[in-house]
Design a protein around this ligand. Sequence first.
Ligand SMILES: [Zn+2]
Length: 416
Amino acid sequence: MPATTTQTSVLERFLRYVQLDTASDPASPTTPSTAKQLVLLDLLVSELKALGLADAARDEAGIVMATVPGNTGRSGAPVIGFLAHVDTSPELSGAGVKPILHREYDGRDLVLPDAPNPVLSPKEDADLAAKRGEDIVTASGSTLLGADDKAGVAVVMAAVERWMRAPSPPHGTIRIAFTPDEEIGRGVRQFDVRRFGARCAYTLDGAGVGTFEAETFSADSMAVTFQGRNTHPGFAHGVMVNAVKVAADFVSRLPRNTLSPETTQDVEGFVHPNDVKASVDRTSVHFIIRDFETRELAVKEDFLRKLATETVKDWPGSSVAFEVKESYRNMRDALAQHPQVAALAREAVRKAGLNLVESRIRGGTDGSILTEMGLPTPNLFSGQHRFHSRLEWVSVQDMEKAVQVVVNLAELWAGA
Ligand SMILES: [Zn+2]
């Protein structure tokens, strides 16, 4: 099949999907967090059915699953899965997205008509500078684009189309899933791994072309709560202990040049105070704790315990309590027990003629949670760049290469 046919398909799908507002909402108690995500999820169900995936359906939690039947005649071929998330980041509006296609990009500054600072410049974006000659899609400047992760959704849908059209490359049974609420970290909490029934899966939610990610942070959250002693301020002399001041003293003792998101990179972890609930009586400082080595989380938590305990010693009458919660774990440790999952992904990238770029995610993915739940799920690129921003962009050719990697990967598993 000529490559251009699929290319048109992946682009056409992408342009349609990004125009649906699917922002998730961390403050919402519902599942999924916003009903508007269901519009795209239901559209995907009908498109999957139209492509011949008869069992395509969405469940109560908003998760879409469907099956591409195998075509090899081999009953024992491993079942694998591909996933993408439909929601976009609540950090920036995803309403009224107007995608702009910049064909055969010539290396100039891209003007985004609705932006306050209307330029996406290759001088400030080495990835964009490398895309001369490719077709680039941006938003208009007042919203995000939503390539995170509608690029992944379009890539998976285009691969399904490729498998369902004769003649199709060899593949075993393939399970497809589209999920809500990835950006707020809870979209796959209700993912039924047993029902999905795959040996492993891949999210299509990575950035640059050729990227394969099989490592994420391990993550905890920690509340450090200072108890003071409140009285009427007019009768406070010698009695009041202000928990706001104790907590401020504690926060000011945090190191300035190490251990924070703004001073670390690559393999370094951090402790990050990101919220404070304050009153004279009681002030709680909320931290996220991150490291690629799970055992280092406890070291960082002990450091905070020690610092807080030292602080309260200087504020007689105050006390401190700690609460640690597990968020997610580095998928590397579980993936090590299934070496074929990463090995075939690397081979599929190379087979598409791409340089393999292996990186660690300084964050978590749906795959970190799914891997913990027993479904090994590393991450492949979908071509998204500058996500969660007005300057978000994607290369059509990168999405097309991602389709090829997905098709290659299914073929490699069919022979495994
Ligand atoms: Zn994403």
